[in-house]
Design a protein around this ligand. Structure first.
Ligand code: R5P
Length: 297
């Protein structure tokens, strides 16, 4: 029986290599390019007949990646792959999970339905679950959500002296509390009010018990970066030094990275999305799951 193959979409080669290394998995090549009119050409560089294949895709650029993913998955299916998995360490389109204004698209639902029609299983890391509490409320194929909190907790324990783990909003408490326990550090959770896409207001609980500690802000996503910047400012106003900021998914759109870097002592992320701040690899976490699927076959 042959081992599972990893087939990275353009831009995900680095993570696929780390996954292959961590799990002793085999890499498969895809050739893609653009036709002069901008449309995508795709060719498999291997024979998928009788093989289980995991497509590795960075879905932080889902609008760009989705069609390529569909072309690859359909071709794998037509050419005889026995199982098609999707490894999307960052699962895009999770945040619009309700119709807040009349007529709005609930994109998390539509995107999950489209992906469920293309692949047989999904593996991801810390998807943004808020109003939906589990992936199986959205996905009709098996979908595994892994958690980076233990890796982040270990990183803090190694790298930060006298840490105070801080979640910038109520949603972040789920992962921040796991991180704090793992790092053996106290936890404080702030309150956030989102005024717009790029404006948030932060309020703080009593922080006096934590005076003298190094604040470490933990969030799942840095997108506009405004949550982290506002939390850094609120902490500094209470006499804390610049925080260390740790995020799972380093989206950092527009000027977000510059703004957060200016406000923070250090900015660190996992490698679910390729970014200069990557310092914590999720490859061993994902490789363990893929290795398990290998043995199930
Ligand atoms: C809240 O919904 C999330 O956990 C993050 O706090 C949020 O996505 C960060 O977004 P931004 O960087 O745009 O403030």
């Amino acid at each position: 029986m042959s081992a599972r193959l990893l087939a990275p979409l353009p831009g995900s080669e680095g993570l696929a290599e780390r996954l292959a290394l961590a799990g002793g998995l085999e890499l498969a090549a895809l050739a893609t390019r653009r036709f002069p009119d901008g449309e995508r050409y795709v060719r498999l560089g291997f024979n998928p007949a009788g093989r289980a294949i995991d497509i590795v895709a960075d879905l932080s650029r889902a609008d760009d990646q989705f069609l390529t993913l569909a072309f690859v998955a359909d071709t794998l299916r037509e050419l005889g792959a026995t199982e098609i998995g999707l490894v999307a360490p960052y699962l895009g389109y999770m945040r619009q999970d309700a119709r807040f204004q009349p007529g709005e698209a609930i994109t998390s639902q539509t995107f999950a339905r489209l992906l469920s029609g293309l692949v047989d299983r999904v593996v991801t890391v810390d998807p943004h679950l808020h109003r939906f509490s589990a992936l199986d409320e959205l996905y009709t194929v098996p979908a595994v959500a892994l958690h980076a909190a233990p890796l982040i907790g270990d990183w803090i324990a190694r790298e930060v002296k006298r840490p105070l783990v801080i979640g910038p909003d109520a949603e972040s408490e789920q992962w921040a509390s796991e991180v704090a326990t793992r790092a053996d550090a106290p936890l404080a959770v702030l309150s956030k009010q989102r005024i717009g896409d790029r404006e948030v207001r932060i309020t703080m609980p009593d922080m006096n018990p934590y005076a003298g500690r190094q604040p470490v802000l933990i969030d799942d996503i840095a997108s506009s970066g405004r949550t982290l910047v506002a939390a850094c400012a609120a902490l500094q106003a209470r006499g804390f030094g610049p925080p260390v900021c740790v995020v799972v998914h380093a989206i950092f759109g527009g000027d977000a990275f510059a703004r957060v870097s200016q406000a923070a002592a250090r900015v660190v992320s996992t490698d679910t999305i390729e970014h200069p701040t990557n310092a914590i690899s999720v490859a061993p976490l994902i490789a363990r799951v893929l290795g398990g699927l290998n043995h199930d076959r």
